[in-house]
Design a protein around this ligand. Structure first.
Ligand SMILES: Nc1nc2c(ncn2[C@@H]2O[C@H](COP(=O)(O)OP(=O)(O)OP(=O)(O)O)[C@@H](O)[C@H]2O)c(=O)[nH]1
Ligand SMILES: [Mg+2]
Length: 182
């Protein structure tokens, strides 16, 4: 494990219910050596669970511990979601690529907008998930509906682990770039 005095950077996995946030965290957890991560913690809410664990993403230039956590997607966890978001240093926005889920994703993007406006320097990485489904929309359509065009986006099939580490690496790269500019 990393030294406890290393900075803890919080990455919040954002997105509507069933978009694939938990699947992302489970894959990251399963494929990170135990000496580089904490145990998985779950915070029971009424009927959803918030998952979190810390992992080290150390380089000689920037020894860091990341705390990864999921928000509960269901609308009635509004308050919990906002509290978690308020503490986020970066956001991974997990989007279910299916057309039938687009309206919900747009709503989640709208909910995220005040945080983005208040913390313009904090990275947001879009993950277009469920690319394996025939009902997935073209990425350009998702960009058009969800993005201002400035955030990175990664395609993923979280159930197969595809794009999951790439998403987190992209997020960390942006955090590092921001730190270097300070
Ligand atoms: N086909 C397909 N299914 C996926 C993919 N990623 C996740 N799923 C499935 O989508 C469902 C929801 O995934 P979760 O990871 O539980 O979603 P969540 O965002 O944590 O949902 P909440 O906790 O309700 O907010 C599960 O049945 C997953 O197996 C994917 O890339 N492709
Ligand atoms: Mg979940």
């Amino acid at each position: 494990m990393a030294e406890p005095d290393e900075p803890l950077i919080r990455v919040v996995y954002w997105g509507v219910g069933l978009s694939g946030k938990t699947t992302n965290l489970q894959h990251l957890y399963a494929h990170t050596p135990p000496e580089r991560r904490s145990a998985m913690r779950s915070m029971p809410t009424d009927d959803a669970r918030i998952l979190s664990f810390t992992l080290t993403a150390s380089t000689p230039q920037w020894p860091t511990r990341l705390e990864l956590c999921t928000v509960p997607g269901a609308v009635f966890f509004d308050v919990t979601r906002r509290e978690l978001l308020a503490r986020a240093d970066a956001v991974v926005f997990v989007v279910d690529s299916q057309e039938a889920r687009l309206a919900q994703a747009i709503e989640a993007a709208r909910e995220l907008a005040p945080w983005r406006a208040a913390h313009g320097e904090r990275p947001v990485v879009f993950q277009y998930n469920k690319r394996d489904l025939p009902t997935a929309l073209a990425c350009e359509s998702l960009d058009h509906a969800l993005q201002r065009g400035d955030a990175p986006r990664i395609e993923a099939i979280a159930t197969q682990g595809e794009g999951v580490f790439e998403t987190l690496r992209t997020c960390v790269a942006h955090l590092r770039a921001r730190r270097a500019r300070r």
